[in-house]
Design a protein around this ligand. Structure first.
Ligand code: OGA
Ligand code: ZN
Ligand code: ZN
Length: 374
């Protein structure tokens, strides 16, 4: 084991893990530093002295690291905990899960309703499909009003919006949305008028007997990856220029002015919104307008092309899940006189679905750092 100026290099299971002193001290798991009842932190990070350093360090035979600190405190860290929390670039890259990008050749992963709700393994497989591909189809969902809400409550929580909690989509000449007409809906994401649009959408086809109305799904992150490679300046424009989006009805309103693409701190796409029918007049720097339109046109033509769009006809009882910040959904025009077509949507949050997966796997609680602490 090597003590460096501000960090320790610890042998862990044949490798070396580097940990800063302040990071180790901050993660002490003793009863003084943790709320034993809840395993939450008690130690206030700001109270750690700035020159925190070990007075002595030792490794047990089982690889447990023991540190006596210069603030008269003693901490212990198991080898398994140190390995799991290794924050080297390599370890972080190994832990990172990449989305699986897809195009028009993709087949939407399909599951059976009763299995997803009846078996933890099937539910985990469904949740992992949503995680990896941003889309999944659940077949044979009972064609009962409100069934989509029951499904949502099994796998997470309904996200309320300004509009109906359970959103009815059927031909309705008084409806407030183009979805209530029989017209085509080109690929889009819903509710872009929120700064944080719902990150999951469930579309439950209660009855789908009209002619036409085939569904489409398009991987927005896949389109963006190609645009970014082919025309980085266009991509940058879509990340920078704010676009006003509005969804409104007679008595409700949502309005947000946000770039089409938002990146996370690693520069990866985090949110993507694309809703041609809901864009309001651009209100940005005069000099940005034409470059924005050029980038937006390029993106729109890619989305409209046959390269990315998966087209399929849903049956009554199909429940489509889409990641609302990634995958666009749409439908072809339908003939409302040819048969009934009624779907119910609910919105949810992706975080809750991923949490559900961790709970089902039993991996959601933090691993104690100290040996013998439950
Ligand atoms: C929606 C929507 C698609 C359809 O409900 O958000 O886009 O198939 N509808 O009607
Ligand atoms: Zn402690
Ligand atoms: Zn929609």
């Amino acid at each position: 084991m090597t003590l460096h100026d501000r960090y320790l290099a610890v042998p862990v299971e044949g490798a070396v893990v580097r940990c800063h002193y302040v990071w180790l001290r901050d993660n002490c798991w003793c009863t003084e530093c943790r709320v034993s009842q809840t395993q939450e932190r008690k130690l206030c990070t700001a109270s750690i002295r700035a020159d925190i350093a070990p007075e002595s360090v030792a490794l047990d035979d089982d690889g447990t690291l023991r540190v006596a600190w210069n603030d008269d405190h003693v901490s212990a860290y198991t080898a398994a905990w140190l390995r799991t929390h290794d924050y080297s670039d390599q370890a972080r890259a190994d832990r990172r899960l990449e989305p699986v990008l897809w195009d028009a050749t993709f087949s939407v992963p399909t599951f059976e309703h009763d299995e997803v709700l009846g078996s933890p393994q099937a539910q985990i497989a469904y949740l992992e499909a949503v995680r990896d591909y941003g889309v999944a189809l659940v077949r044979n969902t009972p064609s009962v009003l409100g069934e989509v809400e029951r499904f949502a409550q099994e796998i997470g929580h309904v996200r309320e919006t300004a509009f109906e909690r359970i959103h009815n989509v059927r031909h309705d000449p008084s409806g407030y949305s183009v979805a209530h007409t029989p017209a085509e809906l080109i690929p889009h994401t819903d509710l872009p008028g929120y700064h944080w649009p719902p990150s999951i959408q469930l579309l439950h086809f209660l009855v789908n007997e009209a002619t036409g109305g085939d569904s489409t799904v398009t991987d927005g992150w896949s389109v963006l990856a190609d645009l970014r490679a082919e025309d980085p300046a266009a991509f940058e424009n879509l990340c920078r220029v704010p676009v006003p989006f509005q969804v409104f009805s007679d008595d409700e309103d949502t309005f947000a002015t946000v770039p089409i693409v938002e990146l996370d701190t690693d520069g990866r796409v985090r949110t993507f919104r694309f809703s041609n029918h809901l864009v309001q007049p651009l209100d940005t720097h005069f000099d940005d307008v034409e470059a924005f339109y050029a980038a937006y046109r390029k993106l729109g033509l890619m989305i409209a092309s046959d390269r990315y769009k998966v087209v399929f006809k849903t049956s009554s009882g199909d429940l489509l899940t889409v990641h609302g910040h990634r995958v666009m959904h749409g439908r072809l025009a339908f003939d409302p006189t040819s048969g009934a077509r009624h779907l119910q949507d609910v919105y949810m949050e992706y975080d809750d679905l991923m949490a559900r997966r961790r709970v089902l796997l039993g991996t959601h609680k933090p691993m104690p750092a100290a040996p013998g602490v439950a």
